[in-house]
Design a protein around this ligand. Sequence first.
Ligand SMILES: [Zn+2]
Ligand SMILES: [Zn+2]
Ligand SMILES: [Zn+2]
Length: 144
Amino acid sequence: MENLMEELKDRLKEKGLKLTPQRRATLEVLFTNQGEHLNTEEIYDIVKEKCPEIGLATVYRTLQLLDEMGLISKLNLDDGCSRYEYNNHDDDHQHHHLICQICGGVTEVEIDLLEQLEDAIENEYKFKIKDHKVKFFGICSKCE
Ligand SMILES: [Zn+2]
Ligand SMILES: [Zn+2]
Ligand SMILES: [Zn+2]
């Protein structure tokens, strides 16, 4: 966590920005809630516990900033709200999301499984694949 905050501080500095308690708290929420895919309002509710004076607009702008800096990713799960998740730098390819069309639950698929497809695309289209966003829509085991 301290390393992460050091990284945040350095990245903000490059942009001429300061590490404020609000920015720190926002990244902290996403880091400690990995796998949760929180939306802006949910993140706001948790950040508010630490920074009671923070407004929704500040959280919104901070999320955009962290997304631009590549520390978090914005997810569009087609449920009408923006969700965010912490960017785990260990794997440079984003994990896949399984979205239940009945309960809206989101499950992460940790393994890439796309290597063969990526190779085929790279050969066929001479296109170097750096990342992907894959969403599967269906019915989860609890709803079946
Ligand atoms: Zn991949
Ligand atoms: Zn379900
Ligand atoms: Zn995810």
